[in-house]
Design a protein around this ligand. Sequence first.
Ligand SMILES: NC(=O)c1ccc[n+]([C@@H]2O[C@H](COP(=O)([O-])OP(=O)(O)OC[C@H]3O[C@@H](n4cnc5c(N)ncnc54)[C@H](OP(=O)(O)O)[C@@H]3O)[C@@H](O)[C@H]2O)c1
Length: 225
Amino acid sequence: MEEKAPLLLTIAVLGGTGKEGKGLAYRWAKAGYKVLIGSRTPEKAAHVASEIMEKLEGSSSLVGTSNLEAAQLANIVVLTVPYTAHRDTIENVKDAIKGKLFIDVTVPLVPPKVTKVQMPAAGSAAQEAKAILGDDVQVVAAFQNISHEHLLTDEDVECDVLVTGSSKEARTEALTLVEAAGLTGWDAGPIENSVVVEGLTSVLININKQYGSTHAGIKITGVKK
Ligand SMILES: NC(=O)c1ccc[n+]([C@@H]2O[C@H](COP(=O)([O-])OP(=O)(O)OC[C@H]3O[C@@H](n4cnc5c(N)ncnc54)[C@H](OP(=O)(O)O)[C@@H]3O)[C@@H](O)[C@H]2O)c1
C-alpha cells in the first residue's frame, strides 16, 4: 500500500466501534489521519482499532480508547452513536470539546417507525448538540445519508454528503474530511438546514424498504464543482 504523508489533525470517532463510525475511521485512517476510536469500553475500541489497522496492513495510525479520552486528545470530534445515546454521550465529553470542531452524524430515528421523519423539538440532532455545546464549539452535521455499507469498502460511493453547520469555516473544514473519505460533499448551509438532511435518512430507509435495497442515496445534479 502507498505510504501516506502524516497529517497533523487527529480525529476522534465517538461510538467508532459501530457500523458507521468504523467505516469513517477506516476511510480517514487510510487517508493518513491519526484516528482515535472512542467507546464506552476502551478494550472494545482497541479491538476495532486493531481490526482496521489489519485491514490497512499496518500503514495507519489508529488507537482505541474511551469516548472521553478520544475527545480530549483529538482536534476534531465526530459522533456516531444511536440517537438514544446522543445527549448523554455529548454531556459526558462536553468539557473536552471546547474550542474544537464537532461533527454530528446522528440521525434522530425513533424506532420502530424509522421510515417516518420524527424530528426533535430543537429541530434536529445537530441543533440539540449545538444547544448543549454552546458558542465555544462549531457544530457540523454530515454523513447522515451515507450507508455504512459503502464505507468499509474501497469502492467509489455514488451518494453525496450534504454538510450543514454553524459557520462557513466549520463547514469548509468538514468538507475537507468528506473529500478525504473519498466522498463528494456539498456546503448545504446553516445548521438549521440539518433538519432536512437528517430527515432525508428516513426517506432513504423508506425507499430501501420499498425497492429492496440497503443503501439508497442522493446525488446533487446541475452544479459543477
Ligand atoms: N449505520 C448506517 O448506515 C448509518 C448511516 C448514516 C447515519 N447513521 C447514524 O449514525 C449513528 C450510528 O449508527 P450505527 O449504525 O453506527 O450505530 P450502532 O452500530 O448501533 O452504534 C454505534 C456505537 O454507539 C455506541 N452505543 C450504542 N448504544 C449506546 C448507548 N445506549 N449509549 C452509549 N453508546 C451507545 C456503541 O459503542 P460502544 O458500545 O463501543 O460504546 C456502538 O458501537 C446513528 O445515529 C445513525 O442513525 C448510521
